[in-house]
Design a protein around this ligand. Sequence first.
Ligand SMILES: CC(C)(COP(=O)(O)OP(=O)(O)OC[C@H]1O[C@@H](n2cnc3c(N)ncnc32)[C@H](O)[C@@H]1OP(=O)(O)O)[C@@H](O)C(=O)NCCC(=O)NCCS
Length: 333
Amino acid sequence: MISLSPSVGSPHSRILGIGTYRPSRVVPNSELIEAIDSSDEWIQQRSGIKERRFASPEETVQMMSVASSRQALERAGIEAAQIDCVIVATVSHMLQTPAVATAIAHELGTDRAPAFDISAACAGFCHGLALGSDLIRAGSAKHVLVVGVERLTDITSLIDRGTAFIFADGAGAAVLGPSEEVGIGPVVWGSDGEQFDLIRQKEDWRDVLEADRPEMPHLVMQGAAVFRWAAFEMAKTAQETLERSGITVDDLDVFVPHQANMRIIDAMARSMKLPEHVKIARDIAEQGNTSAASIPLALGRMIDEGEAKSGDIALLIAFGAGLAYAAQVVKVP
Ligand SMILES: CC(C)(COP(=O)(O)OP(=O)(O)OC[C@H]1O[C@@H](n2cnc3c(N)ncnc32)[C@H](O)[C@@H]1OP(=O)(O)O)[C@@H](O)C(=O)NCCC(=O)NCCS
């Protein structure tokens, strides 16, 4: 009988470098409040958002992805040609096919790396991290580029009171590689499709095209229900993630939750009883909610500002439309 050669992976994986791209246009709350009959005070108090970044026409999904990836590659000390797989998490690439990951892989100069997009909304980057880590450990790839990118302004209505002030644009990327020790812990992930309608594209594309006056189907959200689910359920998922990695909150240095709402972040931190010494990502104040880009942008800021140091133990947890979620403990590169 013929036996086939197995693929041989690395015992473990880790993040080698993080890169970010923030669009240049800063949009304060004052620019948005008139159209939604709101106030700077209400938005700050209910969401913690002071300002956000909106992309210009030139700041496309591909452009922002390439910029953040180049920074991640440089920081990782890896050439684009060494990347064996490109995973792009996004819900705002406007072509149904092909995957934007293929164009990004080409523009970066990878050697025809396999490249594909994943759709897991705000949980997309942590899904990509889990997949990338497993590809390395299984031997399907040695170096993986994971990008979280969104141009949510393309699919957000600026007259929708429940979402206009929340969503924003940006990109973050991570280069993953082999490791002798665990740098990316076990993922705890899942979905709750019973709550499929809580955050969604308003209409199916076919219904849009059949309408008398077709318009871009924007995101709609049942904010209060999402808030309750995120604040209570995700704290339990966070706890389970720590247990799967064999650590407790006391071992954490950094907490990087999805940047959805400052009050959700605070509720999770309280519910998890995070000790004082744990630094908490609060990128949302200046960046808004960038869905798949939110975790790498938030961690990138903490690294750049010296709040997260190389070797620190960080808990990442992301959640959003689906409802989909994913969390893991990682070592900061
Ligand atoms: C969107 C969100 C900030 C709204 O806050 P909220 O406290 O739940 O607000 P509600 O929708 O219950 O409305 C409360 C009041 O504020 C008003 N309101 C709603 N939107 C408003 C706005 N943009 N500006 C001013 N007032 C507003 C409502 O009319 C309501 O008024 P009433 O009490 O007189 O009836 C909040 O629900 C949220 O952040 N949810 C989670 C969103 C999230 O995480 N999304 C991403 C997941 S990936």
